[in-house]
Design a binder for this molecule. Structure first.
Ligand code: ARG
Length: 566
């Protein structure tokens, strides 16, 4: 794809330009103005070296390259400080054809070979339903997971389930004492939430309850069989709820290592901190001080209980030592920025230089333009499942109306509805807040998931209508600007994946897919495919096929399915 093309051009030119081929390849870019050519070399960097004005150098280089008469280059011209190349169609076309040989890996790179990336994502807190907050942690996480795979990393998707802490002592106590008042069969998450709320209400009147809860947590930490059974039940019920949603979202973790998993590693972790003289007492609690401008990192509470941060320190060490993470990513909201700064800082103080490879992949909030039916529950929490269901229902109605004959309507509504929610999220730079506008997210025409899926469906339908086995080559040159622009856009997938992974920014890929759709539509309106002379029709149909393959690949990396029909 584009990387190979740039490398090839750079190798050919480098001996004549007195610049290393790698440097040259990294400088080549697609010109902003498409009319200028397929690739451009900005000259400014050479000006110092050659002590001439960039426009003068550009002219000299273009003359030199023209004289070389390379099989990859159609023509060269100088334009102010740039040398612009028009590539031979066959050079681009052969490259695309060869990339299409393996559609499942199209656009992939080998940059991460031999390296392990651990990504902690979705990781909800047990006994609570997932909210829209978890939607972001889930879909951003899964797409970065997929992006890392596209770069050939060994990827370990980790569920750092929030299953430990004093609240589970309280809940276990409530289960033990009030469990018979609730049915855990029909809506267990609701029962758990109600018990938890009841515990807090009653504890306000009767402070004794807090002590009971704390005692239950201590029993849990000590491995008391009864309390452990109650706790296991809570985790099991919650996981069943999450698994249903993860399935709907196409999410799969490789490992579930909840906070409880680190229970037996907490004392050794504290010991390590102590040995390194980092642990200090502060108002009865144990902390690591982090300098005057930052709050200290709390390691152990006055009552001896461990904390979220303690478990994260133990977990980071585990990810490095046991999972062999070269990169360790945490996908959670901005509100946890301070927490992760503290954890990483403590790791640095412990002398772990690998702390540099830990990154908090944070994201902004959701703002709903029209909350409508979404805010019925207490506390204004919007549940992830409600958002997905509303999207699926709305799409179902659109499909029922537009295409009542469609088979498998339910499944398609699910693919499109869920895809719409995912795409709407990933289209935004993750660090910004998401303005959730239902109409826009679910539209079949705007900058939406359904729109991209619809372009794929249209490509498929054209190819069905054309109904011919396409040769694995382009027999003719496609010369219109629309065709060339589409070709170049499709070839860019590999660079887009590299960029998108580099900043852990799926929105770069999502925006690229919209761009492909735009350029494809331009091509489709300008260039007839059916009823043309055969080799021309074949070549155009091949571009349609490539568009389909590349859009499907991009959607898949964003964890969005592509229906056959819609
Ligand atoms: N359970 C946390 C939450 O729901 C997210 C956990 C993120 N991962 C971590 N290692 N702290 O907010």
């Amino acid at each position: 794809m584009l990387t190979d093309i740039k490398n090839k051009i750079a190798q050919k030119l480098s001996p004549h330009l007195d610049v290393g081929d790698e440097e040259l390849a990294s400088l080549l870019e697609i010109p902003k103005n498409f009319q200028h050519g397929d690739l451009a070399l900005p000259i400014f960097f050479l000006a110092k070296k050659l002590r001439k004005a960039p426009p003068q150098i550009a002219i000299e280089i273009s003359e030199k390259v023209n004289a070389l008469d390379l099989p990859e280059i159609e023509s060269v011209n100088a334009l102010s400080g740039f040398v612009n190349f028009k590539l031979k169609w066959s050079f681009m076309a052969d490259n695309l054809i060869s990339a299409m040989q393996d559609p499942l890996k199209i656009g992939f790179s080998k940059k991460g070979v031999g390296k392990t990336l651990v990504i902690d994502f979705s990781s909800p807190n047990v006994a609570k339903r997932m909210t829209v907050g978890h939607l972001r942690a889930t879909v951003i996480g899964q797409s970065i997971y997929n992006l890392a795979k596209s770069q050939s990393y060994k990827v370990i998707g980790l569920n750092h389930l929030g299953d430990w802490g004093t609240q589970f002592g309280k809940l276990a106590w409530a289960m033990d004492n009030w469990g018979s008042d609730y049915s855990l069969d029909s809506d267990p998450m609701r029962a758990l939430t109600e018990m938890y709320v009841r515990f807090h209400d009653e504890a306000e009147k009767n402070p004794e309850l807090e002590k009971q809860g704390a005692a239950y947590f201590r029993r849990l930490e000590a491995g008391d069989e009864n309390v452990v059974q109650l706790w296991k039940k809570i985790v099991e019920l919650s996981m069943a709820d999450y698994n249903r949603l993860w399935k709907l979202l196409g999410v799969k973790h490789d490992l579930v290592l909840g906070e409880s998993f680190y229970n037996d590693q907490l004392k050794p972790t504290e010991k390590l901190l102590e040995d390194k003289n980092l642990l200090e007492e502060s108002e009865g609690a144990m902390v690591v001080k982090l300098g005057d401008d930052k709050p200290p990192c709390l390691i152990r509470k006055t009552d001896g209980a461990s904390l979220y941060a303690t478990r994260d320190i133990a977990s980071a060490i585990y990810r490095h030592d046991v999972l062999k993470a070269d990169l360790n990513l945490y996908v959670t909201g901005q509100e946890q920025t301070l927490h992760f700064q503290q954890v990483f800082e403590v790791l640095k103080k412990m002398g772990f230089d690998w702390a540099e490879s830990c990154h908090h992949i944070s994201f902004g909030l959701y703002r709903f333009k029209d909350i409508g039916k979404m805010s019925t529950r207490k506390g204004n929490v919007i549940h992830l499942e409600d958002v997905l269901n509303r999207a699926i229902d709305t799409i179902q109605k659109v499909i029922d109306q537009k295409n009542p004959e469609l088979v498998d309507r339910k499944k398609i509504a699910e693919q499109v509805g869920v895809g719409a929610v995912i795409f709407n999220d990933l289209l935004n730079d993750r660090t910004k807040n998401v303005e959730f506008d239902w109409d826009r997210a679910l539209s079949f025409e705007g900058d939406s998931g359904p729109y991209v899926q619809y372009v794929v469906v249209r490509c498929k339908s054209i190819l069905r209508k054309y109904n011919r086995n396409l040769p694995n080559k382009f027999d003719v040159e496609l010369e219109s600007p629309e065709e060339r622009e589409l070709m170049l856009k499709l070839l860019s997938l590999d660079e887009v994946l590299v960029q998108s992974f580099k900043g852990f920014k799926p929105h770069i890929l999502a925006n690229y897919l919209l761009d492909v759709c735009r350029v494809y539509n331009q091509f489709y309106h300008k260039c007839r495919i059916l009823d043309q002379e055969e080799s021309l029709a074949n070549a155009r149909a091949k571009l349609v096929e490539a568009t389909e393959v590349i859009l499907i690949q991009g959607l898949k990396i964003l964890n969005i399915q592509s229906p056959e029909f819609m």
